[in-house]
Design a protein around this ligand. Structure first.
Ligand code: IPM
Ligand code: MG
Length: 356
């Protein structure tokens, strides 16, 4: 098969980790007789520097017309003082919105080889963590109206969090369908004791739950979820939640896996077009040093093959290769432990590609 991939390396460590994922994709193409065509587009700070905007209209078009999009990371201190309308993150949100990427899947898996890298005790992480956060990605407070105005001589800022039934229903459906393919257990995370959006969320989820009697469904408040993720993370299978709660809980959950550098994500639309990116940021402090962990990006490429291209065997091959390299004791700095082999970003990419 021939597939067109628009590649957005972005800022900081983005270009380094994306290069390793491309290495692995090229190896997959060779081995399974596919061809992947890459179109590179600037996004975030690098685009602001070149074009004065975090993504150009032409760049956005190239994302829309691709078979899928691979992203590194955006942002950095250099652009923290940019006006809100041209901040690097603005481009990321615009791509999510314009491509209709409403469903963000964030699998949180602790590879057994990394059990000691998790800050949680062995008796808590058990035989490994395997949960999936389904985050709503194009609604809520990220996209509601916001303003800062002067009221009675002081500044007042307002961010509105809107959710409509259809937005809740479509993410709910993704979550129930995904739960059916996994452990058939779904926890819906909300703040229904305070927020109207959460009350509508809960009502809509309950309606859907009736259509999926096989799924063991529960409601859980977001503050309690934050606590339970640390206290007893193995109780969870699939978690579904709104945009901002999902942002916060997925960073928390990532630490169960030892390092945020391990975590991939897929942002899916109602069609096959998706965007795939590691959940970590641009890590400007280690940019250009060839020490970043590319595994989150490599596993994101595997998700691209699985979800956008329907290439399950190829995706399995990438995941098995990552597993093999971890078995061999190769570790980037963030997951390094005594007795293991310190591996650079590019070496990690080489090794995973070789094992395919
Ligand atoms: C993420 C990131 C983004 C978000 C930022 C960079 C806008 O934290 O993908 O989790 O908040 O969604
Ligand atoms: Mg985040």
């Amino acid at each position: 098969m021939n597939k067109k991939i628009t590649v957005l390396p972005g800022d900081g460590i983005g270009p380094e980790i994306v290069a390793e994922a491309i290495k692995v994709l090229d190896r997959v193409a060779e081995k399974f007789d596919h061809s992947f065509d890459y179109t590179y587009v600037d996004i975030g700070g690098c685009s602001i520097d070149k074009f004065g905007t975090p993504i150009t209209d032409e760049g956005m078009e190239k994302c829309k017309s691709a078979d899928s999009v691979l992203l590194g990371a955006v942002g950095g201190p250099k652009w923290d003082t940019c006006p809100p309308a041209i901040r690097p993150e603005k481009a990321l949100l615009a791509v999510r919105k314009e491509l209709g990427l409403f469903a963000n899947l964030r699998p949180t898996r602790l590879f057994p080889q990394l059990a000691d890298a998790s800050p949680l005790k062995k008796e808590i992480v058990g035989n490994g963590i395997d949960l999936l956060i389904v985050r709503e990605l194009t609604g809520g407070v990220y996209f509601g109206e916001r303003r800062t105005e002067e009221v009675n001589g002081e500044l007042v800022a307002t961010d509105i969090m809107p959710y409509s039934e259809h937005e809740i229903e479509r993410i709910g459906r993704v979550a129930f369908e995904t739960a059916m393919k996994r452990g058939k257990k779904l926890a819906s995370v909300d703040k229904a004791n305070v927020l109207d959006t959460s009350r509508l969320w809960r009502k809509t989820m309950h309606r859907l739950a009736e259509e999926y009697p096989e799924v063991e469904y529960s409601d859980i408040l977001v503050d309690n979820t934050a606590m339970q993720l640390i206290k007893n993370p193995t109780q969870f299978d699939v978690l579904v939640t709104e945009n901002m709660f999902g942002d916060i809980l997925s960073d928390e959950a990532s630490m169960l896996t030892g390092s945020i550098g391990m975590m991939p994500s897929a942002s899916l639309s109602s069609g096959t077009l998706g965007m795939y990116e590691p959940i970590h940021g641009s890590a400007p402090d280690i940019a250009g040093m060839n020490i970043a962990n590319p595994i989150g990006t490599i596993l994101s490429a595997a998700m691209m093959l699985r979800y956008s291209f329907d290439m399950a065997a190829e995706a399995d091959a990438i995941e098995a290769a990552v597993n093999a390299v971890l078995d061999e004791g190769c570790r980037t700095g963030d997951i390094m432990q005594e007795g293991m082999k310190k591996t650079s970003c590019s070496e990690m990419g080489d090794l995973v590609a070789e094992r395919i």
